[in-house]
Write a protein that binds this ligand. Sequence first.
Ligand code: ADP
Length: 481
Amino acid sequence: MQSFIEALIPSSALAETGLVVVNPATLAVLAHVYDYSTEEVEDIIAKADRARSQWSDLTAKERCRVLMVWRDLVMDHQEQLAQLMTAECGKPVAESMGEVLYGASFIEWFAEEGKRVYGDIIPSHSQGKQALVLKQPIGTTAAITPWNFPLAMITRKAAPALAAGCSMVVKPAEATPLTALALEYLAHQAGIPRDIFRVVTTTRPAEIGSALCASPIVRKLSFTGSTAVGRTLMRQSSDTVKKLSLELGGNAPFIVFDDADIDAAVEGAIVSKYRNAGQTCVCVNRFLIQESIASDFLAKLTARVSAMVVGKGTDEGVAIGPLINAAALDKVERLVGDAVSNGAKLCTGGHRVTASDGYFYAPTVITGVTRDMALFREEIFGPVAAIITFKDEAEAIALANDTEYGLAAYFYTQNLGRSWRVMQQLEYGMVGVNEGLISTEVAPFGGIKQSGLGREGSKYGIDEYIEMKYCLVGGLVGSAH
Ligand code: ADP
């Protein structure tokens, strides 16, 4: 057993059999973790509900103090958590270190925001009556999280829930339960009561997902993952009319206009496309490049991409780690194969890397992509830059918006009027203008169209865990004598 697993995961969370955790860079088995049954999860939900008042009765400041200890413990263990994350999800250690910091920033942010959940006193509409709005924690909540940000996608949900006074049960992805268990361990060490924050690991995500949706006790479900699963959860939550936050798939366009700073655009393209080997929901999916500058952009991008080092996330200088599993590798191969057979041209990459046992795919640039190719429509989730050219601004906008998704979009231009026009016309929840990296705890993260519901992070993120209660107090007429 690796020392970072022993240090951060209680032996009670591990099991002889159960859910197998595999390193995607080596295919070595890292650990087996406990496989919770539906009945056990229902019991944990009931306990989370019964325990709730011991947490919600605290003042926001008292909860803030405990959350800040959790944040400090996470940062004290940054190196070990990063090693753990790289071992189970494959991203380079430098990226994992960054994710720990990013994940901790949500705890800090919401610990503070919890103190600013103000209600309202509404100017009276009638003598002797006073209308007010109370803000109260929604109650017992649940989260289902993905493997691509095994730490930050949990803190982005759990921190606002806990800060608001809710309890939360988290079901992490099957590929990355260890980081989730480590976070749970540190939360309990920090003083968050055991029943208030629980992680349930399982080999049966659909069963446990159904149980979370069907439970009338769970008042809110927050999900990050694919649009297909999001739709299922939405359907399953209808019987209990559950409040939902859904962070689903994306098909991000990255538009480079002829008046852009090309070097800056290439830089933005690299961070936006190849981070986590292209496995983030805000990663660029389609590069839309104005015809007159396409060859310049393509030459510069291809030079940078072909120099990227592929390998284990623990090796020095590696930019591209493995994909998460064999299915991910198959999907990328299928998308690229389909594009090439329909006339697209590879500039670099376009194949698996078989030097070791892991799920590696070469960083790829492919040009001549068209609207009818699967690469244009489907979320790639791999290190493949699909290049499409356009003639003018109107065509760029039309191409960019030609998708059911609406999560993140990016564009590069130095023209102020164009910046404003394009910003307004892009049908996306988040837009980077001359910026390829937009995620931060201070800003609202989320999508429109079929990319989801609700926002995470920022001053808006805590509203997802709050109920508004309108009270009208009458009988206030009278005299003091
Ligand atoms: P990806 O394709 O990126 O793995 P998924 O949407 O399949 O994305 O997974 C995101 C999360 O959803 C994971 O925690 C996974 O276990 C969970 N999940 C997958 N299928 C279901 C389901 N039918 N019901 C509930 N959760 C599910």
